[in-house]
Design a protein around this ligand. Sequence first.
Ligand SMILES: Nc1ncnc2c1ncn2[C@@H]1O[C@H](COP(=O)(O)OP(=O)(O)OP(=O)(O)O)[C@@H](O)[C@H]1O
Ligand SMILES: [Mg+2]
Length: 265
Amino acid sequence: MNSTTVSTGTENINRSATMIRLHQARVTFDKPEGGTHTVLHDIDLDIAAGQFVALVGRSGCGKTTLLNMIAALVEPSSGSIQVHGTSPREARPHLGFMLARDALLPWRSAQGNVEYGLELRGIDRATRRKVAHDWLGRVHLGGSERLWPWQLSQGMRQRVALARTWALDPDVLLMDEPFAALDARTRISVQQQFLELWQSGPQRTVVFVTHDLGEAITLADRVVLLGEGKILDDVEVGIERPRDLESVAAHPRYQELYERFRASL
Ligand SMILES: Nc1ncnc2c1ncn2[C@@H]1O[C@H](COP(=O)(O)OP(=O)(O)OP(=O)(O)O)[C@@H](O)[C@H]1O
Ligand SMILES: [Mg+2]
């Protein structure tokens, strides 16, 4: 592992351990007009340490709500959830979050954006500089450190966001349609870099929300299909790694899974 990462103890993760466990987790929201709306129905889900899980489903089926529950942004109305052996709130220092819109701070350079999270953690200036510089290099943005967000393309901004997330060395990565705003070619190149990062170190647990079936099968070890707040399907992808993102769609297993999920949706 790269020596300039900020260790939160990833090296000690037991691969056979459960990293995220939802037991009968239900989320109910109050409706503005009165009454309630159950968005997630008694979800049981175990995610092993180091596993890459894609969460797929139609718009409004509850994907973001599930992710937000893991991130301690939404509390279950009933049932329980454990992350990293504790409550989601206590597990927060071990979590990294990345969204479709990069949400870079406009008044900070690429480098300053990657340093931001480290600053919040109280990491000293020299280490911050070095870590941020190193991660920008790893997402092929070496030389662009001083550019402002408005000077970056959407693909570059998402790579800055990847570097920012990764620089915190999280054990669990929560990603909500992180590449949805990119055009097809840029998306493949950013996905490829993301997979390279994921494959290059101790493997982090990833929960990756997407409504794109192809993206889910291409990237993940396991695909969980959600529909109207329930788990409709849950399958191991079983395509060998490393994967070539340009050709994985021609794999017979890809096609089999694609058809299977399409039929369920
Ligand atoms: N804070 C909230 N208060 C009330 N209702 C909410 C809240 N958050 C989400 N919902 C409702 O929960 C349902 C699921 O929303 P969620 O954002 O989880 O869907 P999603 O699967 O992520 O959809 P998309 O693919 O469009 O992002 C929707 O009907 C939404 O209106
Ligand atoms: Mg969503």
